[in-house]
Design a protein around this ligand. Structure first.
Ligand code: ATP
Ligand code: MG
Ligand code: MG
Length: 551
């Protein structure tokens, strides 16, 4: 049993529960912006938010933080819901949208205006930036800062009605232009965006900023612990300012934890979108993407992803986790749960010359070497077989445990064969092995008999053709984002996908369901791709049996 990783959020909650804060309730939320697909970093946040609610008998909401229609889309809303469900989490009640609360936000904006705590500012974005100043010196008050509440109420209403152009004015909170925290230098509450919104259509042409929306969403929903990533730590005073200065129905608190970064990949939505838009991958669910839908298609199970996330410390520092650690959890899960099968990825013909031409027999092999409950499967043996090309060497290296001329090797679960003759084509490529089998070796070695090794095999005719997609890490470089001089795209691994045609697998896999996962013996973990059809089985390599990236 692994030691439990530290989780400071749980410590906070346990203290709150002890003190009876929030009436002993725990409500969390997972608040994605629907501007892209979820990735492995989001999975950490999902496991933390939903897992925390589960642990303390609370609730977790799924809420779309959809305050910026420019980059958002219904496609992302749908994908996010399906990813969260696939991971096995259930949100409390209906899905929520920040846009459900737009009327309320607008009323609260008017409230601040009436109290003299917000004003409409006509500075251009460039001017506003100049007025804001730098962290080391105070900013300057906007010349529009002293407009009266009446004038501001009127201007705000006219902004809402669409009387002004995009960018011509914004609503700002009146806080402190000299604050050492830049977020408190009269932050923007509303911007004009004359764009249709995926939920509210054309009802609004002004949209709240993240800061003006997020804490209030939490308060409306009765969220007790609002967990976000570290880059929002500087926003917390503003989060609290709104909660203090608005008649909100509850008092949520924000806590920040370290983002999950993984090496050999990128987890910024902007970069993932670029990979998709520029065709470097086949889509958001390309099996090389670190998106939940990509990992799913690659063959990662929800449990493996959750085990990985739960193994990570929840701390107040960002960290980069080694991809090998993620893959460890995938292998651990698949080793336990994936049935075994044989697939010959790059076939080499083997003729068993002393086996009768018209004969076929079926061997029974366990679906799992350590789990009898997974049952047995049957694999046909005949005179015409195939083995993996790389399991034969004409000139074997030292300690070779596979096939070479004159040496006996066991075909897994069946007979021992000896290679008697090597047939080559005109160019000298090995195209066939003529072998003999020893009937006395059926299933087990007779006393004193020693076969050198074990290889996997299939009947050449009674097996199923398939396509194998050998996936590997998308980037060949540990930190594709790390070189300021070079674009991350330059580090794409040219061998991240090797397409192999002409592979064959056991007959029993002919109707394997999309997404079913297997260990192909001696080869790796594979799953049935969603592009698989009755005419063409397609397998994706999830991960090899062992880490081959080790340094
Ligand atoms: P990106 O930086 O990829 O655009 P984001 O933070 O803008 O991501 P959101 O949709 O706002 O994306 O994220 C939803 C939630 O997931 C937020 O609470 C955010 O803090 C959290 N989250 C996003 N990325 C990570 C990460 N790498 N590790 C942990 N949590 C993350
Ligand atoms: Mg965000
Ligand atoms: Mg973002």
């Amino acid at each position: 049993e692994n030691t439990k990783p530290t989780n400071f959020i749980h410590q906070v909650i346990e203290q709150d529960l002890e003190q009876g804060t929030n009436g002993g309730k725990v409500v969390t939320r997972f608040p994605p912006e629907p501007n892209g697909y979820l990735h492995i970093g989001h999975a950490k946040s999902i496991c933390l938010n939903f897992g925390t609610a589960e642990k303390y008998n609370g609730e977790c909401n799924l809420r779309f933080d959809d305050t910026n229609p420019t980059k958002e889309d219904q496609e992302y809303v749908d994908a996010i819901k399906s990813d969260v469900e696939w991971l096995g989490f259930k949100w409390a009640g209906e899905v929520r949208y920040a846009s459900n609360y737009f009327d309320q936000f607008y009323e609260w904006a008017q409230h601040l205006v009436r109290e003299g705590k917000a004003y409409v500012c006509d500075l251009s974005p460039e001017e506003a930036k100049e007025y804001r100043g730098w962290a080391t010196e105070p900013g300057k008050d906007s010349p529009y800062r002293d407009r009266t509440p009446e004038e501001n109420l009127d201007l705000l209403e006219r902004m809402r009605k669409g009387e002004f152009d995009e960018g011509s004015c914004v609503l700002r909170a009146k806080i402190d232009m000299a604050s050492s925290n830049m977020n408190l230098r009269d932050p923007i509450l509303y911007r004009i965006r004359k764009e249709s919104h995926h939920q509210t259509g054309d009802k609004w042409c002004i949209y709240p900023s993240y800061d003006f929306a997020h804490g209030q969403e939490d308060a409306i929903e009765g969220v007790t612990h609002s967990i976000c990533t570290l880059e929002f730590a500087d926003h917390r005073p503003l989060y609290e300012w709104f909660i203090e200065n608005l008649p909100v129905p509850s008092q949520p608190r924000q806590y920040e934890f370290g983002r999950l970064n993984l090496n050999y990949t990128v987890t910024s939505k902007r970069k993932l979108k670029q990979l998709v838009d520029e065709g470097h991958v086949s889509g958001w669910n390309d099996p090389r993407m670190p998106t939940i839908s990509g990992l799913r298609r690659r063959g990662y199970s929800p449990q493996a992803i959750r085990n990985f996330c739960d193994s990570l410390a929840v701390a107040k520092t960002d960290g980069t986790v080694d991809m090998a650690q993620f893959e460890y959890f995938v292998r651990e899960d698949l080793d336990k749960n994936a049935p075994r099968a044989m697939c010959v990825v790059r076939p080499l013909k083997v003729t068993v010359t002393n086996y009768p031409e018209d004969q076929e027999e079926w061997f029974e092999l366990p679906n799992h070497p350590k789990d009898e409950s997974m049952g047995m499967r049957k694999v046909p043996f005949s005179r015409n077989l195939i083995i993996e090309q790389e399991d034969f060497a004409e000139v074997p290296p030292r300690k070779w445990k596979r096939l070479t001329q004159g040496v006996a090797v066991r075909l897994r679960g069946s007979y021992v064969i000896t290679c008697e003759e090597v047939i080559k084509d005109a160019e000298g490529n090995v195209i066939e092995l003529k072998c003999t089998y020893d009937p006395a070796t059926k299933g087990a070695n007779p006393e004193g008999y020693k076969a050198k090794g074990v290889v996997h095999w299939l009947s050449a005719d009674n097996s199923v053709p398939c396509e194998v997609r050998e996936y590997d890490r998308l980037f060949a470089e540990e930190n594709p984002d790390g070189d300021k001089e070079r674009d991350f795209l330059e580090f794409i691994n040219p061998e991240s996908l090797v397409l192999v045609e002409g592979s064959r697998c056991e007959v029993g896999l002919a109707n394997a369901a999309v997404e079913s996962r297997f260990q192909f013996e001696r080869t790796g973990y594979f799953c049935v791709d969603s592009e698989s059809s009755e005419d063409k089985l397609v397998f994706n390599r999830t991960v090899g049996l062992r880490d081959s990236w080790g340094k």
